[in-house]
Design a protein around this ligand. Structure first.
Ligand SMILES: C[S@@+](CC[C@H](N)C(=O)[O-])C[C@H]1O[C@@H](n2cnc3c(N)ncnc32)[C@H](O)[C@@H]1O
Length: 198
């Protein structure tokens, strides 16, 4: 069951605080741990801000892939909002381990896989994809585009970076979509969130 105590246990078990102080492990404090609009651990990013902008028809009854899933909170909240299952992919094993441990508490149909999206990745195709705050970190737009195309069926939500250089869709990624629509600004208006049809 999902309780504050259990979350604290996980956070402690993985030496969250110590590692964060040492700055050895990356991206440990990025996502807020939350459920039913309630925050259990505050990270840099609010999870509901983006997911509440996503069209209901792209979540409800849909399977999800989250590229650069971090500790898996977008997958968990997508399920809370009606998705049937979710798969998260991240390059860092320590994040995948946390995501998997958290999932034992959420008890959702989520799985988390360690893989580098700058290389070919093959998963069971999902209906809807999330590519949030990732484009500045994967140094291979062409491969990111291929991975999106090969693993996502219908629609991709793509959130860009705060840095002006990365504020738009990379051209190599944009060319795989039939349509691209800006649906909102996130993270204090610093990022663009696009709905892209494959
Ligand atoms: C800024 S965080 C965004 C996390 C999440 N997408 C979100 O917006 O809540 C970037 C994430 O991308 C992951 N990442 C960076 N390079 C990656 C790569 N080559 N393949 C897969 N994941 C990667 C990082 O480990 C980190 O979790």
């Amino acid at each position: 069951m999902l309780t504050k105590e259990k979350i604290a246990e996980i956070v402690e078990n993985i030496e969250y605080v110590n590692q964060r102080k040492k700055k050895k492990k990356k991206w440990m404090d990025y996502q807020t741990i939350c459920s039913n609009s309630h925050t259990m651990y505050k990270g840099q990013r609010d999870i509901y801000e983006r997911l509440n902008l996503i069209y209901k028809e792209d979540l409800q009854g849909k399977s999800i892939i989250d590229f650069g899933c971090n500790i898996g909170m977008n997958c968990q909240i997508a399920i809370e909002l009606g998705a049937i299952k979710a798969t998260g992919v991240d390059v860092y094993l320590h994040l995948i381990e946390i995501a998997s441990k958290l999932n034992t508490l959420y008890g959702n149909d989520c799985s988390f896989i360690q893989a580098d999206l700058a290389k070919p990745v093959e998963l069971e195709k999902a209906d809807t994809g999330f590519v949030f705050a990732l484009n500045a970190h994967v140094n291979n737009d062409e491969m990111l585009a291929q991975n999106i195309k090969n693993n996502i069926k219908d629609v991709v939500y793509f959130e860009t970076h705060t840095n002006k250089k990365f504020r738009k869709l990379p051209p190599k990624v944009e060319e795989i979509f039939k349509t691209v629509k800006l649906i909102g600004k996130t993270h204090k208006e610093q990022r663009n969130l696009y709905r892209c049809i494959l």
